[in-house]
Design a protein around this ligand. Structure first.
Ligand SMILES: Nc1ncnc2c1ncn2[C@@H]1O[C@H](COP(=O)(O)OP(=O)(O)O)[C@@H](O)[C@H]1O
Ligand SMILES: [Mg+2]
Length: 270
């Protein structure tokens, strides 16, 4: 793995990454490094390209230009099998938990273990119980997703994301749709798991209540470009008008909320 000028190990590195969809440039010349063990937050308005950036980082989509390296390996050049191998060390928590409604909690969490390991069923059952206790969901093995609350479903999604002991966990809007208290509990859980299990976390969010609670460092993105990267303190004290406007949710400033395209549908939960 390579290191930055302060001797920090770099686990994910993006260099001049660009991505277009249907001729529209969605990610434009993004370069950034994520350090080993940190919680790195990508913040920005709806439609700014956060989810796309996350999907470029974890290899779900490939960039049109630039390089995405994980632990020093350029993942844009890997074969399907090579990429699958790298992605086994990733966990992913999707925006809407993405649990399978027809499967019980235990079956949902055991899916990655059944798919990617040859472990005996009894061992898998024990691992699932361990993961469920880490997220405070022991005892809910037999429940179906529809029988538990939104916050609990997020926890089960989190247990599934850490099922294979990942080095890196990617979170897309982990607190969206949760009330502030449950959101706060979820943020704390993400933070605790990262430190306890020595996981590198990359968290996409537009929820300002979450950002400063969980981040070691923050990247602000706007219209597919990185505006600034810094520690929580650096971003909080940044004089950049985009960052100030975003942090304070102010209608006045360089960000024109009326042209941010995805905001309306997200607000309605569509
Ligand atoms: N697969 C895709 N095909 C076409 N357009 C896309 C695709 N994925 C994202 N986009 C567009 O890219 C822009 C950024 O989307 P996204 O990364 O989801 O933003 P965010 O997560 O910040 O809300 C949006 O305008 C969205 O419509
Ligand atoms: Mg998104």
């Amino acid at each position: 793995m390579s290191h930055n000028e302060h001797g920090k190990e770099i686990i994910i590195s993006l260099k001049n990454v660009g991505k277009s969809f249907e001729g529209r440039r969605i990610i434009n010349d993004v370069s950034l490094d994520v350090y080993c063990g940190e919680t790195f937050v990508i913040m920005g308005c709806s439609g700014s390209g956060k989810s796309t950036l996350l999907r470029l980082m974890n290899g779900i989509i490939k960039p049109d230009k630039g390089v995405v390296s994980i632990k020093g390996k350029d993942i844009t050049r890997l074969s399907v099998e090579g990429l699958d191998e790298v992605r086994k060390s990733f966990g992913m928590l999707f925006q809407y938990s993405a649990l399978l409604d027809s499967l019980r909690v235990e079956e949902n969490v055991s899916l990655p273990l059944k798919e990617h390991t040859k472990l005996d069923e009894n061992i898998i059952r024990i691992i699932v119980k361990m993961k469920l206790s880490l997220v405070g969901m022991r005892g809910f093995e037999e429940y179906y997703p529809a029988q538990i609350s939104g916050g609990m479903r997020k926890r089960v999604g989190l247990a599934r994301a850490i099922a294979l002991d990942p080095d890196i966990v990617f979170y897309d809007e982990p607190t969206s749709g949760l009330d502030p208290v449950v959101g706060g509990v979820t943020d704390k859980l993400i933070r605790d798991l990262s430190t306890k299990l020595l996981i590198t976390s990359v968290v996409v969010t537009h929820n300002m209540q979450s950002v400063f609670k969980i981040a070691d460092r923050i990247a602000m993105i706007h219209k597919g470009e990185v505006i600034e990267v810094g520690t929580s303190d650096q971003i909080r004290n940044s004089q950049n008008p985009y960052i100030q406007q975003f942090i304070h949710g102010s209608p006045a400033g360089p960000i024109d909320f009326f042209t941010e395209d995805a905001g309306v549908t997200e607000g309605l939960g569509l």
